[in-house]
Design a protein around this ligand. Structure first.
Ligand code: HEC
Length: 415
């Protein structure tokens, strides 16, 4: 997709006298626009990698050359705030300056600025901008994990605390950026820290605690501890490894709450969970509304309707085989990275994996003494596999369309 945009820029700017300029511009634009056109064809980075810091990421594609903070360190990088002139080489422990991280932080703060915690419109506006933010999507690739970092307990794991009660979920990049990241409002001052192999971008954040129930991607209040962790968070951590954004989490940093600047807001009302993961509102609309494709996708997306059909078809199989008894926000089977299959938007990030587990007959998992792993009835498994493959191809098409709408600020935002 970005190829098409580069091509039109090429056409617009090419003329004999400007040939050199155009060449230079095209090269620079290539630098800034690592192709996302290959979208789902690229390697799948994985929540599992992110949540297990010690693991290597064998299937993660090599980061684009301009995104490697290590590479930046070996050049003439300066640390943020350091005087620009005649800076001596950095000591190893300091994070290398990475203008890309700074650009990402500034854009996030600009797109989701402090507002009233009840302001649903401000949230919608943030969704629109963040779910399309090219630098962020490029940094992620396909998938990211999102969870709570209880830093007091996760010294060795910059990404997540795998033993935390609040599950870590695996999500498609644009769904995470649109639905989960935007549950927070952001402000300066952001920080970049080096934590072992990870570079961590820490941004002061406050949870939007006063939105209607259907404006949260899943009912966080199903577990009072999860709701409280969201409400109490004072920062969002974006965890980079080798230049890739592998995990995001909400937290109170170990060295104390981060002070952002937010309008005063009344303490959030307690929410009572009525035992429903999804529901239909008085007007017959599916809730949470933000997890539906018509909220997530652009109104002009020609694949929205067929994607909706494909999900509904798949969903019948998910129910028939009881997949949602485990793949729900409460994570009863304690998956290290949870696939939230019962929500259309969240399920998008799991689409290829669903096909894989069906091919491998690994889901549902075996229950010793009761049944083996997989769907025993071959015909039923094949039917589900067809539905899952259709969801993959519709999902690919829908996201490829969305990628054409990616926002790539040509100029880094000014200070
Ligand atoms: C008894 C609980 C349970 C049921 C029922 C169940 N799953 Fe799972 N599923 C899990 C757990 C636990 C994991 C995580 C495994 C891990 O941590 O390695 C998982 C992982 C997955 C994954 C991710 C695999 C990966 O490679 O990342 C997919 C996709 C999945 N399940 C799909 C399904 C589907 C489809 C069904 C229904 C046919 C289903 N599951 C039924 C417990 C369950």
């Amino acid at each position: 997709m970005s190829t098409g945009r580069s091509a039109s820029r090429w056409t617009a700017r090419s003329s004999a006298t400007l040939l050199l300029l155009v060449l230079a511009g095209a090269l620079a634009s290539c630098d800034r626009h690592p192709a996302r056109a290959d979208g789902d064809g690229r390697g799948r980075d994985d929540g599992r990698v992110a949540s297990a810091a010690a693991n290597e990421a064998p299937d993660a594609p090599a980061p684009p050359p301009d995104t490697d903070p290590v590479g930046a360190a070996s050049g003439s990088a300066t640390s943020p705030g350091a005087p620009a002139a005649a800076t001596p080489p950095l000591p190893d422990r300091q994070p290398p300056a990475d203008p890309r991280l700074d650009r990402i932080a500034r854009y996030i703060i600009d797109a989701a600025p402090p507002a009233s915690a009840r302001d649903a419109r401000a949230r919608d506006a943030a969704v629109h901008r963040l779910s399309r933010f090219g630098d962020l999507l490029d940094a992620i690739g396909d998938r990211i994990t999102w969870g709570h970092s209880d830093v007091a307990r996760s010294k060795d794991d910059a990404a997540h605390d795998p033993s935390a009660a609040i599950p870590t979920i695996g999500l498609a990049a644009e769904v995470w950026a649109g639905l989960y990241l935007t549950c927070f409002m952001f402000s300066d001052p952001h920080e970049v820290r080096q934590e072992g192999a990870f570079t961590v971008l820490l941004i002061p954040a406050r949870f939007r605690a006063g939105l209607p129930d259907g404006d949260y991607p899943h009912p966080f209040w199903h577990d009072p501890a999860e709701w409280k962790a969201y409400v109490d968070a004072t920062a969002v951590r974006l965890v980079f490894r080798d230049g890739r954004l592998v995990a995001g989490s909400f937290t109170v940093p170990a060295d104390g709450p981060m002070e952002g600047r937010y309008p005063p807001s009344p303490p959030p009302a307690d929410r009572t969970w009525h035992g429903q993961w999804t529901w239909t509102d008085a007007r017959g609309a599916s809730q949470p509304r933000v997890a539906q494709f018509d909220y997530l996708l652009d109104p002009t997306n020609p694949h929205a309707r067929t994607l909706g059909h494909a999900y509904r078809e798949l969903s019948a199989h998910l129910e028939q085989h009881d997949c949602l008894s485990c793949h729900r926000p409460s994570n009863p089977a304690a998956a290290r990275v949870l696939e939230l299959l019962g929500y259309p938007g969240q399920a998008l990030g799991s689409r290829e994996r669903i096909v894989e587990v069906l091919l491998a007959s690994s889901m549902p998992p075996a229950r010793p003494g009761v049944h083996e792993a997989g769907i025993a009835d071959d015909a039923a498994r094949d039917a589900m596999l067809r539905a899952a493959r259709r969801f993959v191809s519709e999902g690919d098409a829908a996201l490829a369309y969305e990628h054409m709408l990616t926002i790539r600020p040509d100029q880094p935002p000014r200070k």
